[in-house]
Design a protein around this ligand. Structure first.
Ligand SMILES: [Zn+2]
Length: 388
């Protein structure tokens, strides 16, 4: 489909996105940004590198060292970011925050680098450089339950847009026999685990509790989407963090005028975009929905005599923001139709002699064949309906 490549000279696990792949990425991102703004998130943008000091504070240097790309320049040590969290925390901390401002939700389409072992790398599924649809929520303990419920609803709505409506939910909790293995007070764990479980119940999402599977710094929910071939893919994660608020002293001023530690939730809806694109392609077997298809319409003149009419049709489609391609190649029409079928382009607009004289095109739909004569206007209308 000419979406991406991986090049030995560039490095394994590093994706080169081709023009058509970028269209898919950008379509996802535009949708993602719009929905996040509607749902009360603020978009932020943070650098790809930061001083090593930041990662000392976050604890990554101690616990995540082998996965980080590090370098020294002019005597100063830097880390190529494996995560976006510390940056969002530093934005939060640029001024004192009142409880009245909370929750604060920062979202970023953030590109991170992790040095995964080369044996584990696999196409778009497992890479070293990838973009997370990341967000961090800073809230008060009272807001936790409402936030988690909102998050689950938001995840369901977002995944449905990509035609994923089936998922399994996993709630990772701490092992009550080993409290010393975990950070944060018993009360915090109880509140967080209850909020996660209640939210799953309120959204009618059956779940499996994974006792003892929580990481040391907080419980989490994972949603695994089930694709058309019944395979499960982990995408959405909602993760509590009792560690970073301590390490970075992230606080807010409560109604009592005192400083309180903020509750921090990390979350990704789609996960790594590279992987998510691979999952979508697998799910729809390459037949992307019209809104994601890099080329929505291929315009095909029957012979060279209809080339100028076809050019006009193509330009009109472009003017109407339809992603159109003109295939004016001299090969036979059946060959070009076959090519468009192989590319899984949703629509073809065939321009023959009759069509040109009527000022219409013969429309073929991928997988359905000929669906009749239409004006460009009618075709645009059809595409717009499918887009929404
Ligand atoms: Zn995070």
């Amino acid at each position: 489909m000419d979406l991406f490549s991986i090049d030995e000279q560039v490095g394994t696990g590093l994706i080169l996105w081709h023009p058509k792949g970028v269209i898919i990425r950008n379509q996802i991102r535009d949708y993602w940004e719009r929905e996040h703004q509607k749902n009360g998130y603020q978009l932020v943008c943070t650098p790809h590198i930061a001083r090593q000091k930041l990662w000392e504070t976050s604890g990554h240097l101690d616990h995540y060292k082998q996965n980080m790309y590090r370098f020294t320049k002019d005597g100063e040590s830097y880390v190529v970011k494996p995560m976006n969290c510390p940056f969002h925390i530093q934005i939060y901390k640029t001024k004192p925050r009142s409880y009245k401002e909370l929750p604060i939700r920062y979202a970023e389409w953030g590109t991170v680098y992790r040095c995964e072992r080369s044996g584990t790398l696999h196409g778009l599924m497992r890479v070293r450089g990838f973009t997370q649809d990341d967000a961090h929520i800073f809230c008060t303990p009272d807001q936790v339950e409402g936030e988690v419920q909102k998050l689950l609803g938001f995840a369901q709505q977002m995944l449905a847009r990509f035609e994923f409506t089936e998922y399994t939910a996993h709630l990772s909790t701490r092992d009550p026999q080993q409290p010393q293995e975990y950070m944060g007070s018993e009360r915090k764990w109880k509140t967080a685990q209850k909020a996660l479980a209640e939210a799953l119940k309120k959204r009618n999402m059956p779940y499996t509790e994974m006792l003892g599977e929580a990481v040391f710094y907080g419980p989490k929910i994972d949603l695994n989407i089930v694709d058309a071939a019944d395979r499960e893919w982990q995408c959405t994660t909602i993760q509590f963090d009792f560690n970073l608020p301590k390490r970075f002293k992230i606080q807010y001023i409560g109604a009592d005028g005192r400083e309180h530690e903020v509750v921090m939730i990390h979350r990704a809806m789609l996960g790594a975009i590279e992987r998510f694109v691979a999952i979508i392609i697998e799910h729809c077997k390459g037949n992307l929905p019209v809104w994601l298809a890099p080329t929505q319409v291929v315009v095909l003149p029957l012979t060279n005599d209809q080339l100028s009419f076809a050019e006009k049709v193509h330009q009109e489609l472009l003017n109407r923001a339809v992603r159109s391609e003109l295939d004016g190649d001299t090969s036979t029409i059946s060959y070009r139709i076959r090519q468009a079928e192989l590319q899984k382009t949703p629509y073809m607009a065939i321009c023959g002699k009759k069509e040109a004289s009527l000022g219409k095109v013969s429309v073929r739909k991928h997988g359905a064949g000929n669906i009749g004569l239409m004006t460009v206007e009618e075709l645009v209308h059809k595409l717009t309906n499918e887009n929404n």
